[in-house]
Design a protein around this ligand. Sequence first.
Ligand code: AMP
Ligand code: MG
Length: 414
Amino acid sequence: MNCACDQANLCSYEAGLAQLIAAAQPLTESEKLPLADALGRVLHQDLWSAIQVPPMANSAMDGYAMRSDDVQLHTPLPISQRISAGAKGQDLAPGSVARIFTGAPIPHGADCVVMQEMASTHDDANGQTWVTFSQAPKVGDHINPAGQDVAQGAQVGKAGDLITPRLMGVLASVGFAKVPVVRRLKVAVLNTGDELVMPGQPCHDGKIYNSNLFTLCGLLNNMGCELISSTQVPDDPDTTRAALLAAAAEADVILSSGGVSVGDEDHVKEAVEELGELYLWRLAIKPGKPLAFGHVNGVPFIGLPGNPSAVLVTFLMLARPYLMAMQGRHSIGSQSYPIPAGFVRLRAGPRTEFMRVSLEVSSGHLAARLQANQSSGVLSSATVSDGLLIVPANTKVAHGDMLEYIPFTELGAA
Ligand code: AMP
Ligand code: MG
């Protein structure tokens, strides 16, 4: 599966992404979860409401319910009943009003509510309370009609919907206690490199801390994947093979970082080729040119570069949409927004660049400010950025040029 490469043997971002998505096979297994546990999961089936919401017309105000025709300004009407939220009123006696509270059902016979601020009351000698209105009501005033939120039989969720707090609220409003969700995608992460040590261990003699594992762990967690194993793999062919086989035995997808260049110590390529199939793409993107895709014993494999911000960008822009497609999500694109550049770039680059930027407002205008260090080995500039600004290949940038911007919040990287 080779990308459509140009003369420089580079494959465009769009072509690489399209191939990844085309290869994604969505999970089919599901589980039923209590609604409260379903946040961040993916709905497995379309869901329809068996009821209407609200189930009955109810009052939008504390006040008085009545027939609008019965009201004459400054002529008192007697209160015949009191209906609070959760209670069931009786049919409204003609020529009377019901004292009513927000959320209480409108009694049969009433067609409007007057808010209490527009009414005054007095008690007569028999203890009967009378109400006088300072404003004439219209039919329907301050009534939430039955079904105004959700009609009976309306679709409330689609297979592939991400379960957000908003959707959880809607599903609860129509009475779902449990919901069918796609089972969690199991991801195994391999971080390659003799130089890696884990935080907590001494770091000297040419070692560096394994930061990619933690970046990936956070990103996978944010998108509801289950990190089932993480292995630090030395630059050695046998260990690399063994780690890949172990990952393939339990994971739905294997993600690796590092070791996919063509140096003597990059063993991932050969090992995957031996155990399955591997396509090594040279993507026309920056950061993150080398990207490997294939399978190990039939289990999909994505080999990200090693450099920490190349890992961040390639995960967000390529691996994440692929994993979302495997999760059965129907919307896998990330929303971008046109934002004016707050910087100048005189030289056009040959690759699409995903630049770490922060948004700033100066003199009332929003602009994307470039982080000073865009090196693929520098991750810290990402923590003071708000998102990625996409500078297309072969494009110079002048102040104020509109460019596509994707916030980290949109990418599950906040
Ligand atoms: P590689 O693709 O293996 O040649 O790695 C490219 C660069 O990324 C090297 O400088 C590595 O030391 C660095 N690198 C690779 N893996 C990690 C990791 N897990 N955490 C931090 N840096 C890494
Ligand atoms: Mg390496």
